[in-house]
Ligand binder design. Structure first.
Ligand code: 4NP
Length: 158
């Protein structure tokens, strides 16, 4: 069993989208039972909310149904998850600030490091932007999630 936690700022756009994409890959590959997937935000402002309606709209156009409810990241997540995936510099810094051991720190990775086709350093926050920002988030996350899945298969972590 491998556990993966996707983390962004609000947990209403990027990380629930990443969770939805990764879950769909697992379904396609018949590997759902081998993984635990979740997402969380560094802010608690949106706790309990469904993903942003614009994110759900763009997700729906590509066949993803997002049902996650926003929750804040907790230090306990370092125990619960093998891999903690941040979307941008701010997310990575916020996570690293909370890591208390080298082992915890080593669990933190960057989503775009797994991109195979699109060159990017981070998944930009789409919250204050327009439609294209949300489409861009999905493009990046589809690419990166495929790369992350392949990497986990290759490293035989499960
Ligand atoms: P996310 O986007 O981190 O991709 O979920 C955001 C959503 C809400 C806020 C910031 C980013 N906010 O400040 O409320």
């Amino acid at each position: 069993m491998v556990s993966v936690l996707f983390v962004c700022l609000g947990n209403i756009c990027r990380s629930p989208m990443a969770e939805g994409i990764f879950l769909k890959i697992l379904e396609r590959e018949h590997k759902t039972a081998l993984f635990e997937i979740d997402s969380a935000g560094l802010l608690g402002y949106h706790q309990g909310e469904l993903p942003d309606s614009r994110m759900r709209y763009h997700a729906g156009k590509r066949g993803y149904l997002l049902t996650h409810r926003s929750r804040p990241f907790s230090r306990r997540d370092f125990d619960r998850f093998d891999i903690i995936v941040g979307m941008d510099d701010q997310n990575i810094a916020g996570l690293k600030q909370q890591a208390m051991t080298l082992e915890e720190d080593a669990k933190i990775v960057r989503m775009t490091d797994y991109c195979r086709n699109i060159e990017a350093t981070h998944v930009p926050d789409p919250y204050y932007g327009g439609d294209q920002g949300f489409e861009n988030v999905i493009d990046l996350l589809e690419d990166a999630c495929e790369g992350l899945f392949e990497e986990l298969v290759r490293s035989k972590k499960f």
